[in-house]
Design a protein around this ligand. Structure first.
Ligand code: ZN
Length: 239
């Protein structure tokens, strides 16, 4: 399986507090723990040519992970459309944290994807609400992140195909933190935690969820359905 971890990679270069946690970027930490499972993992970032997402890279990616925050608007519409087509063709897409506002996620959802947020001292408790789901494998009834940014409902997304995690925050808010969708032949998982000023991607539960999600989102190898005018398969009878 070929995985590409895409990251905007701006905070890690511009903000010392973020650089201290992720000196080589969030993408590198995610790529490293995904590699441990013996997969082929590459990274791509916004400021590379074509954002690192050339046709060659996209056509050879089975699952794409996406982290973005301050520069969603700098992602070219042409690349976003190519990513969307690849998802419809079957590429898995895992959208992380503030990627809820990325062009690709909003385009695939068709809603504003807006939410409440707060950068304070909230603890986050993520409850597994779909214990049979493979993305929750190895996770207890819940797990906690001692400090995270708060995201609160209402989260303006379409009703998910599956709801796997519900978050509770110290401030009292709740949030649908792990949701799945299918678009065309492709599978999409949105996973909420991952604010850049907290070491969230070093958390073993977070890593386990992302590892599970990559497995779950792997493409089912088949052609897209044929649409449009169709010849009958059986001989038509009667007038
Ligand atoms: Zn954030």
């Amino acid at each position: 399986m070929n995985i590409t971890v895409w990251n905007e990679f701006r905070h890690e270069r511009n903000k010392q507090a973020v650089k201290d946690i992720y000196p080589e970027g969030i993408h590198q930490v995610i790529a490293d723990f995904l590699k441990e499972e013996g997969r082929t993992v590459q990274t791509a970032t916004l400021d590379e040519a074509e954002h690192g997402l050339t046709d060659d890279v996209l056509n050879n990616t089975d699952v794409l992970l996406w982290w973005g925050h301050v520069a969603h608007e700098e992602v070219s519409d042409e690349i976003v459309e190519k990513v969307r087509q690849r998802v419809l063709d079957g590429m898995g897409l895992i959208v992380l944290h503030s990627g809820h506002f990325s062009k690709i996620f909003k385009k695939l959802m068709g809603t504003s994807c807006d939410l409440k947020w707060r950068e304070a001292k909230d603890k986050e408790r993520l409850w597994v609400v779909d214990p049979a789901h493979p993305i929750a494998e190895g996770i207890g009834e819940y797990f906690e992140l001692e400090q995270e940014e708060m995201y609160g409902e209402h989260f303006d997304i379409p009703a998910p195909d599956e709801l796997i995690f519900m978050s509770w925050f110290t401030g009292g808010e709740v949030f649908r933190s792990g949701v799945t969708y299918k678009r065309g032949n492709g599978r999409i998982f949105y996973f909420r935690p991952g604010h850049e000023t907290h070491p969230t991607y070093f958390n073993e539960n977070v890593q386990r969820v992302i590892q599970n999600a990559v497995k779950w989102a792997a493409p089912v190898k088949r052609e897209r359905p044929v649409y449009g005018n169709a010849q009958p398969i059986e001989e038509l009878r009667g007038e």
